[in-house]
Design a protein around this ligand. Sequence first.
Ligand code: UD1
Ligand code: CA
Length: 456
Amino acid sequence: MPNLNIVILAAGKGTRMHSDLAKVLHEIGGQSILGHVLACAKALKPSKIIVVYGYGGEAVKAQFANEPIVWVNQAEQLGTGHAVQQALPHLEKNATTLILLGDVPLVASSDCQKLIDLATDKLAILSFNKTDPSGYGRIVRDGNGQVNAIVEHKDASEQQRKIIEVNTGMMAMPNNKLVQWLAQLSNNNAQGEYYLTDIVAFAVQQGVAVVAEITADEWSVTGINAKTDLAQIERIYQQRYAQRLLQQGVTLKDSARIDIRGELVCGRDVQIDVNCLFEGKVQLGDKVKIAPNCVIKNANIAAGTQIAAFSHIDDTQIGQNARIGPFARLRPGTTLADDTHVGNFVELKNAQVDSASKINHLSYVGDATVGKHVNVGAGTITCNYDGANKFRTVIEDDVFIGSDTQLVAPVTLGKGATIAAGSTITKDAPAGQLTFCRAKDQKSIAAWKRPLKVKK
Ligand code: UD1
Ligand code: CA
């Protein structure tokens, strides 16, 4: 096979998005629209990817700075043909070029591969039968069904406007032909634009075969022009992701109420209840159960662990058979080993908790190392911040911390230490001993009366 060059057209202004953000940087499933197109392009193993950019281009380039992209500026948007002309200096001799649109995020690599395979000696176009073809370029076929031309809506006759087979904008062709055809383009048409679609008629004149592959999947060729399109494609993307998970054996209580903005990898017999959001890369081991309304980002949750409702987990590793939530907040840098329990209204940040330890109620544990079989009582707070610097708390194995305790870091609780409830611990607690630090005397005032409300 010849080398493959891919040209992604992305210079359009995206006026109808009504946004300061470049159109192709809006996201579907947590990835920019252009990011999706690029992922499809890369899967086809091209020797070159050329992106034609225009409006808002600097922000677009910045976001893809680490990608192997040749950027070509189309300062004025004079049409799709003009856009491809800008890429001409970068096209390789004897290669095949595939044209993709930067605003069609669900583009299917299988369709692209079909076009590429045909394009060794043909002009291959991806078309679609659209119920309402208004606005699109029409595929004009002759009596034998051979493609003769693409006529843009504004240039089409009444008769041609009845054609429902439309150009998706994606096509592939041999570079030696493309170079000749681009040189022949003119803007003598209803819009005064250089139409890439005019190359079809040139091919026919030269006797080069033109094939239109009809796709049945409208969403895979739908471009995003407005926020309404963005919302609609987002739902389609999510539905399709959910279907793939179901096919792999994941139980989704409601496949319409899950959102994946990144990648979700699941083991066997994973159960996910309604309204969960997964972001970044999330891995769920076998038999993991996620209750409703959880937000889980960049996390690795090992087999048998259960996450109760309304938990918020970010950049956290959790071992096997742990119990988390409800209403737990696990912040970046947290690792929880096997059989750990984290209960309601507990916040952990950059805390490394070893196996079978429990932090079950209303606590903040930050910048802490917690050993095995530790029990952190309700309302325990690690005071890790003095307003300027952060300090660590070390809690060794088998420590028991009574409720309502403040651990003023840096501080270490030795192995097997017990901390009495209500203590403010500012010095290291020795191993195996009871340590407490409370107001000394408990007093009772027999004559005490509760204040009464003053009548006005
Ligand atoms: C184009 C096709 C039309 C097809 C339709 C599918 C032409 C002449 N017409 O229509 O047959 O049915 O796509 O959506 O090709 N772009 C540039 N630079 C430009 C103009 C466009 O980069 O100067 C990019 C846009 O960013 C977009 C793509 O090309 O990604 C298509 O442009 P758009 O204006 O949406 O399509 P039309 O030209 O109306
Ligand atoms: Ca247009």
